[in-house]
Write a protein that binds this ligand. Structure first.
Ligand SMILES: [Zn+2]
Length: 416
């Protein structure tokens, strides 16, 4: 207990070291909803103290000029895997089987830094993919200031129906799986509790998957199992989210009460209407499919579009037409961490969203879906998680790649 008390005292000292006011003077502010030319933002300690056209610096405040830049809330990555790296470097199977948790954790510390430096001050990290509970330690290392990284919401092991996930090698060899296997209401309930007890902020289930390599996805957990997982998580104050690509997997997960569906590749108008009715958001991860198609040899802009890309566009369109709420998340890890803006660019360039739609999704939208009322907006009393990009991202979404300034909790991470 003594050690804990000492640690707490140190943490207070670190916080007070940047207990100062900083006035940020960009060309414009995107507050999570709208652009405001000529606004300034005053940060005091770890919070936003004031934002508007007539904000002046109190005595002793530092002023940082962000000429030609747009200041916006730190972006929120909705779907990352800090313990994966791009599959064109090492296949998913080999990462799970051949790479030690120590190696994967070392990589994860770099991935966390790159994500933060790219302007993503929060990430929903949806499963360690065979790296055990290492995400709990990664989050602790970030929160205690040992390494730089975004604020994490973690899913730890995630749950898969027994036999449904991978890697699948010879039937004679047992290899670690990319998520925790479970079957039956009693077991899924117990393992949901176990994951929460070890630090899961979110419970992730795979509602469908490929039972055999090379075949298409089919439902995995039964309705009763999914209901038990969601209800167990809910009574512990945790949301459940589902990987689902098939209409039946999506339907079961939605009926069970998950909060978001990840991917939704083969979603039908009918299942999207059900999601809309039940208030379930879609995190489409279009960047993951784009990356995987490129890894399989698709020369984008030269070759014809692969069928899965065209199918994905149709399902995203059907979800929009049904009025489903979109979360912004690209499945980073499939592609490089720090390239998180790829999802935003593709949503604008290839899926018909406006830049403002996507900027809202990545800030206030994700904050609302993920129950993060302390961030995603620039207004007094929200966390001073801020990013400035060169130019106007509401005109050209590519501006979100040109990050010049990042602040997390009032501490400057990156500046010109
Ligand atoms: Zn994923």
């Amino acid at each position: 207990m003594k050690t804990l008390a000492t640690f707490a005292a140190c943490a207070l000292v670190i916080t007070s070291a940047h207990a100062e006011s900083i006035l940020l003077r960009p060309a414009a502010v995107f507050d999570g909803q709208e652009m405001h030319a000529g606004w300034s933002v005053l940060v005091t300690d770890d919070k936003i103290a004031a934002a508007g056209a007539n904000v002046s610096a109190p005595a002793g405040a530092r002023t940082i000029e962000l000429a030609g830049q747009t200041l916006m809330p730190g972006m929120i990555e909705g779907h990352s895997h800090m313990f994966l790296h791009p599959y064109n470097e090492t296949s998913w199977n080999d990462q799970i089987v051949q790479e030690s948790i120590a190696l994967r954790t070392a990589r994860a510390t770099v991935h966390a830094r790159k994500t933060l430096e790219a302007g993503f001050t929060t990430a929903r990290d949806l499963g360690s993919e065979g790296a055990g509970y290492a995400d709990v330690g990664l989050k602790q290392a970030i929160d205690s200031g040992i390494i730089p990284g975004p604020r994490l919401l973690i899913a730890t092991l995630a749950l898969v129906a027994t036999g449904s996930y991978g890697p699948k090698l010879s039937t004679d060899v047992s290899v670690p799986q990319g998520a925790q296997e479970a079957s039956g209401v009693e077991e899924v309930t117990r393992l949901t509790r176990e994951q929460i007890g070890k630090g899961a902020d979110i419970v992730k289930v795979y509602a469908d998957y490929r039972w055999g390599s090379g075949e298409s996805s089919r439902p995995t957990f039964s309705q009763e199992e999914l209901n038990a997982i969601v209800q167990t998580a809910r009574s512990a104050g945790r949301p459940t989210i589902a990987h689902a690509t098939t209409p039946e997997g999506m339907r079961r997960a939605t009926e069970a009460g998950v909060e978001t569906i990840e991917h939704g590749d083969d979603g039908t108008p009918e299942v999207f209407r059900l999601m809309k009715q039940k208030g379930v958001a879609l995190c489409p991860t279009v960047a993951a499919g784009d990356a995987i198609s490129r890894y399989r040899g698709w020369k984008k802009g030269v070759d014809p579009e692969p069928p899965r890309i065209a199918a994905k566009r149709a399902s995203v369109k059907a979800a929009r037409e049904a009025g489903v709420t979109f979360a912004m998340g690209g499945d980073s890890g499939v592609f490089a961490h720090g390239e998180n803006a790829l999802e935003m660019e593709l949503l604008v360039r290839e899926h018909g969203f406006t830049a403002v739609d996507v900027l809202r999704q990545a800030t206030s939208g994700n904050a609302a879906i993920f129950h993060l009322s302390d961030r995603g907006a620039i207004r007094p009393a929200t966390l001073a998680d801020l990013v400035a990009v060169q130019g106007d991202p509401t005109r050209d979404i590519a501006a979100v790649r040109d990050v010049r300034f990042v602040m997390k909790g009032g501490a400057i991470v990156r500046q010109p």
